[in-house]
Design a protein around this ligand. Structure first.
Ligand code: SAM
Length: 300
């Protein structure tokens, strides 16, 4: 197959971390700097926090939706994306929606929100910020969240879809992608594709409906024959070709405990010209923020 390699596909130690971007508009292909270190599960949340820091530096406000917001590890608040995003300064995100299915996750989110200090700027002036916890299935609640009208067409919006395997329905992704109409940029998405356990999950499927909802149709069956890298590329392309994003890139996330395996890809989809470059900067800073000994161990 004549296509570009995804990151980490082979030659792991020499492959560039960030993939070549294939914007829908070929005339405007831009090249972005690459980074040489890998993203690890341990600093995924830090990376998301850094990215949103750059995001608000560009937008000066914005909305944040976290569709699967409960903590993955209840004993590691430093690795919890929602917690890091809420504490991040400056507190310019104005509308925050935190969604979670389990009671335990909802309790953790409610506690987190209750602990937040009143948001203020550097001069101590109050800032507007509305945080809502939405208990229940995000695939259902997404309609109501968008229907509140709290996210206006103009408001820059970022949505984190940190699902484990098949929890996030394709219809949900599409609703988010279709919410904004031109000339406004689409809601920016960071979608997690759990390739590390995908093939095992395929063989354990008992409910075809789960797969149909996840993939959006029955074509998921053909994925069984594809490698994890091919699946990541297929999904990345869907964001550009089917959902119409100008930029979509797949970033592999490695797990050291599992022998440096790629556990999942973060698919970042955005209409904003600067977004891919901001991702690269966020990664640099997330790695730099780690203790020296951890930074060194991250290099292959
Ligand atoms: C991978 S964890 C999220 C990790 C989190 N972003 C972090 O930084 O630690 C996925 C979360 O989504 C929740 N979840 C699963 N299915 C869901 C659904 N349909 N709607 C909302 N939340 C769901 C799980 O209970 C879990 O708390």
């Amino acid at each position: 197959m004549n296509r570009r390699k995804l990151q980490g596909e082979s030659d792991v130690d020499t492959a560039p971390l960030f993939p070549d971007l294939t914007p829908a508009d070929k005339k405007k292909v831009r090249r972005y700097k690459r980074v040489s270190q890998s993203i690890w599960t341990e600093h995924k949340a830090k990376f998301i926090q850094k990215y949103l820091y750059f995001f608000v530096q560009v937008t000066h406000n914005g909305a944040y939706i976290d569709g699967f917001a409960g903590p993955q590890y209840h004993d590691q608040p430093d690795a919890w994306a929602a917690a890091l995003v809420l504490e991040s300064e400056p507190k310019w995100l104005r509308h925050i929606f935190l969604c979670e299915l389990t009671k335990k996750g909802v309790r953790a989110l409610e506690k987190l929100v209750a602990e937040q200090p009143e948001p203020r700027d550097r001069r101590g002036r109050k800032l507007y910020r509305n945080i809502e916890v939405w208990p229940g299935d995000f695939n259902v609640n997404v309609d109501a969240i968008l229907a509140t009208g709290k996210i206006t067409q103009k408001e820059a919006t970022f949505c984190l879809l940190d699902q484990r395997t098949f929890e996030c329905h394709w219809a949900t992704v599409k609703k988010l992608a279709d919410y904004k109409t031109p000339p406004h940029n689409k809601i920016e998405l960071l979608y997690f594709l759990g390739v590390g356990w995908l093939h095992r999950a395929f063989s354990g499927i008992r409910h075809v409906d789960t797969m149909r909802n996840w993939w959006g149709n029955d074509n998921w069956r053909s994925l069984k024959k594809e490698t994890a890298f091919q699946i990541a590329e297929t999904v990345r392309k869907r964001f550009e070709e089917e959902l119409g994003y100008r930029h979509a890139a797949a970033y592999p996330i490695f797990d050291k405990q599992k022998g440096n395996r790629i556990m999942y890809y973060m698919i970042h989809a955005s209409d904003h010209e600067e977004a891919p470059a901001l991702m690269v900067r966020a990664h640099h800073q997330a790695v730099r923020a780690l203790p020296k000994e951890v930074q060194n161990s991250l290099a292959f």
